[in-house]
Design a protein around this ligand. Structure first.
Ligand code: PNW
Length: 465
């Protein structure tokens, strides 16, 4: 008898990573530059001045990482394909050496009995496409579908599950509105065009995947559980604005084929024109998906704020008529993110309640925590806080299943400590400690805990419980 969270038979446990965060080898085998290579070099863009140039050197050490996954006992591994390896300039013929890397990775995973789950876009846009407008331009969505077709043609027979985009909210708003992520733009309407073109790119890529015979395809969204700070109706309205921008402007068009009620208004005065939205787009965007990927870390509590005219030098399309307030009385991770596992359960249930039969099965494609990890004298990171985070969120996930949510799997973020975007190496999410820059990998206590939880689940399933 163990105390590990209990899941139905067939529930899939996994671990996740993304290309730019772990691979390194940014100039190897003909890879072209991505917007993150460019952005990382900008002074002040990454807090510790690092970049993904070396990262975990996974490009050269992927066998070791597959061995870690095998030892962990996961049944799925979620990784991403770097577009600039496959098409160094973002369009045109395939760079065979780049695509070969993923073919080798996939073969090694299959040989280890691990199901590969491939994300096609985890933020590393080829720089030449950004030079032509990036996601502000519809052409990028079209190029994305062409790239998707090339990858699916090569790997579609061995990769069963595909994720088109990772967290388009981050790409659109952190990338083109508040400038915290590549390409670091602070613009108005173009961020909304980026949001729309990301959705169109997803729809076109779904078509390319279907044409290649892919049967399991979806998207990963970072959805937020938003609560009003007080019962004041002004705060309730602020929460709805936040909810619309964070969740509904993605899930409504994807699942219902309509933009959320009030969505154009949520950006208020900053929407000058929306002619980037074309007739027929929403039919594309709402192509049926086989699953919805959910990335969840922390909820938001918001209150009403007066409209503040954006500083012209720092223009932003973000609605600023709401602001986040802190969650007192709960632990916060090294990201400063409040730990509220019940919010994961509430979020899953609220998705089911809002979309009903339109909601496909859900996979949690990311969940985990950054902690102030320090290896002890024995060389091991004793990350009790990360274990508590994982355990409580797995329990919340199991509770949502008991509430009737069709949740099929959970991939922990992340297998490895890696390049945490604007925080560089200063935040660690790994189950495995990575010593930068030597790249030495050492499983943390949380890795051993997760391994035991997965084994307990497998043993229970074996006994037919
Ligand atoms: C996600 N935010 O990023 C990404 O999918 C991962 O690549 C990343 O490492 C992980 O979560 C941890 O941060 C996010 O500001 C980055 O709300 C920023 C935000 C959300 C998600």
């Amino acid at each position: 008898m163990s105390d590990f969270p209990v899941f139905p038979p067939g529930f899939e446990f996994g671990a996740a990573t993304s290309a730019y965060q772990i691979e390194g080898g940014t100039r190897d085998d003909g890879r072209g530059p991505s917007i993150w290579d460019t952005f990382s070099r900008r002074a002040g863009a990454v807090s510790d001045g690092t970049s993904g140039e070396t990262a975990c050197d996974h490009y050269h050490r992927h066998r070791e990482d597959v061995a870690l996954l095998a030892d962990l006992g996961v049944s799925v591994y979620r990784f991403s394909v770097a577009w600039p390896r496959v098409q160094p300039s973002g369009s045109g013929p395939v760079n065979a050496r780049g695509l070969d890397f993923y073919a080798r990775l996939v073969d090694d995973l299959l040989e280890a009995g691990i199901k590969p789950v491939a994300t096609l876009y985890h933020w590393d846009l080829p720089q030449p496409l950004e030079d032509r407008g990036g996601w502000r331009s519809r052409g990028t969505a079209e190029r994305f579908a062409e790239y998707t077709a090339l990858v699916a043609e090569r790997l579609g027979d061995r990769v069963a599950r595909w994720i088109t985009l990772n967290e388009p909210w981050c790409s659109a708003f952190l990338g083109y509105a508040n400038g915290e992520h590549a390409p670091g733009a602070r613009e108005g309407t173009p961020a909304l065009a980026a949001a729309h073109h990301l959705l169109v790119g997803h729809g076109l890529a779904m078509g390319a995947l279907r044409a290649a015979g892919v049967r399991e395809a979806g998207i990963s969204l970072n959805l937020d559980r938003v609560r009003p700070a007080t019962p004041d109706p002004a705060d309730a309205e602020a929460a709805l604005r936040a909810e619309t921008q964070r969740n509904l402007m993605w899930t409504d068009p994807l699942l219902t084929g309509r933009y959320a009620p009030g969505e154009p208004d949520t950006f208020g005065e900053l929407i000058e024109r929306q002619d980037f939205r074309r007739e027929g787009d929403l039919a594309l965007v709402s192509a049926p998906m086989d699953f919805l990927g959910l990335n969840y870390y922390t909820p938001s509590t918001v209150r009403a704020a007066p409209w503040r005219e954006p500083d012209p030098a720092r223009r932003t399309a973000m609605d600023n008529r709401f602001e986040g307030v802190d969650h007192p009385g709960v632990r916060h991770t090294a990201m400063g993110w409040a730990v509220v596992p019940d919010a994961l359960r509430d979020l899953l249930v609220s998705l089911r309640d809002r979309y009903g039969a339109l909601l496909p099965p859900i996979h949690i494609t990311e969940n985990g925590s950054a902690e102030h990890d320090v290896p002890a004298a024995d060389g091991i990171v004793h990350d009790a806080d990360r274990i508590a985070y994982l355990e409580s969120h797995l329990r919340a996930a199991a509770a949502a299943i008991a509430d009737g949510v069709d949740l099929r799997g959970y991939t922990a973020w992340s297998l490895l400590d890696n390049f945490e975007w604007a925080f560089g190496h200063s935040r660690r999410f790994g189950l495995v400690h990575v010593d930068f820059p030597t790249g030495t990998r050492t499983p943390k206590a949380s890795y051993h805990w997760y391994k035991a939880a997965i084994a307990a689940s497998a043993a229970r399933e074996h006994r037919g419980e």
